[in-house]
Design a protein around this ligand. Structure first.
Ligand SMILES: NC(=O)c1ccc[n+]([C@@H]2O[C@H](COP(=O)([O-])OP(=O)(O)OC[C@H]3O[C@@H](n4cnc5c(N)ncnc54)[C@H](O)[C@@H]3O)[C@@H](O)[C@H]2O)c1
Length: 363
């Protein structure tokens, strides 16, 4: 099971999330009607979270696999099931489409959706290339349609808290972001481990560091089926901020640990534990210079550790509520197509660097 759907909260907790919406919450006429394409591993989470929403509903699910459609009918008897995406994309009953299919299908399905006047909620990574993402952005802008890229982690209590700590200056100037995202599988056939796992960290960095990386160095190796299954990525940001991502589908154990170092405080985020996922350490190093160059005085600060309270709401539920709000109220989501494009550009640069055995690629 994905880290993001572990510890699913009760509906009671969900109902406490109040994101103001400028339309009646109990009127089905005002509901955002969503068609979901793709009901494999991740699609069921999207449909389940849509069914709990106050102002949107999944009306139709499409999958070309009849077994997937049988699962939809069993879990959600009220939802119309179809096997041809065009039945969703051309339906007058549908306002927005959630695209939850493999990455190589994203561009074509999203383009058809936008051309048919549908808003788009699309899985990470947004597209297989930045040229595709740019084209989709152009169509959406021309037709005044919303694109939201499912960067789910941005809606977790952990990332929301880390962003708050950074924004408030609690961590001080950032030094580094260091992530270990390893496990056995789930092996993807159409994309490498970088395109599968790194979008999580790249979207989190994009959200909390805010600056764009200046250069990327990546290395990786293929062992089983022609795509990298182990990869390392280093990103250089302005002001000496450095980031590293270790992604691996061949690890015997699952680890999801991120260290974020700042001048004033340091964070350890272990996403696999139920309690104290985020710990903030008042630790650091201070260097003061004495008389000459050899008189550097190094002092280590080792203060308290605390674990801030995190919101306990399922990230996808909050994200889909936000999608509805953005569409209905014509707001630009922070995880819009431009955010998706920035992540795709970083992935492309990483891939280029891997092909050149770790040569630095400037962005
Ligand atoms: N946000 C997250 O945390 C997260 C987690 C897992 C997967 N994902 C993303 O979700 C997407 C899907 O991943 P998955 O693991 O569910 O894949 P999957 O292979 O398990 O499921 C994809 C489903 O789409 C169907 N499909 C493919 N092409 C289709 C088409 N043209 N028309 C109709 N149905 C079609 C397949 O039959 C399959 O049932 C990927 O982009 C992946 O990166 C995101």
């Amino acid at each position: 099971m994905s880290d993001l759907v572990m510890n699913q909260p009760s509906l009671d907790i969900r109902q406490q999330v109040h994101i103001p919406l400028a339309y009646p919450q109990d009127s089905t006429r005002e509901m955002l009607r969503i068609g979901v394409i793709g009901y494999g591993y991740w699609g069921p989470n999207i449909v389940r979270n849509l069914q709990g929403q106050k102002s949107s509903r999944a009306l139709m699910v499409c999958d070309k696999n009849p077994n997937a459609l049988a699962r939809v009918r069993k879990a959600h008897p009220g939802i119309n099931t179809v096997s041809d995406p065009l039945d969703v994309l051309r339906s007058a009953e549908i306002d927005a489409v959630a695209i939850v299919t493999p990455v190589w299908t994203h561009y074509e399905l999203a383009k058809l959706a936008l051309e048919n006047g549908k808003h788009v909620f699309i899985e990470k990574p947004f597209t297989s290339s930045s040229a595709q993402a740019e084209e989709l952005l152009e169509i959406a802008a021309r037709k005044n349609l919303t694109i939201m890229v499912d960067h789910t982690f941005l809606f977790t209590g952990a990332v929301r808290k880390i962003r708050e700590l950074v924004d408030r200056g609690t961590l001080g100037d950032l030094y580094y972001y260091d992530s270990l995202r390893v496990n056995l599988g789930l092996f993807q056939h159409d994309v490498s481990v970088i395109w599968d796992l790194a979008p999580h960290d790249l979207s989190i960095m994009d959200h909390i560091i805010k600056d764009q990386p200046e250069a990327i160095v990546a290395t990786g190796e293929k062992h089983l089926n022609g795509v990298e299954d182990v990869a390392y990525m280093t990103l250089y940001f302005p002001r000496n901020v450095i980031a590293h991502i270790n992604c691996n589908w061949l690890s015997p154990v699952k680890i999801r640990t991120t260290l974020i170092g700042g001048q004033k405080k340091m964070v350890v985020w272990n996403d696999l534990v139920a309690d104290e996922k985020v710990r903030v350490y008042d630790r650091g190093v201070q260097i003061t210079s004495g008389e000459g160059i050899r008189d550097l005085l190094v002092s280590y600060r080792s203060g308290d550790m605390w674990a801030p309270q995190l919101e306990q709401v399922e990230a996808l539920y909050v994200e889909l509520d936000y999608f509805t709000d953005c569409v209905m109220n014509n707001k630009v989501p922070f995880n819009d197509g431009h955010a998706g494009l920035r992540v795709v550009r970083m992935l492309e640069a990483a891939e280029k660097s891997i092909r050149k055995r770790g040569e630095m690629v400037r962005l």
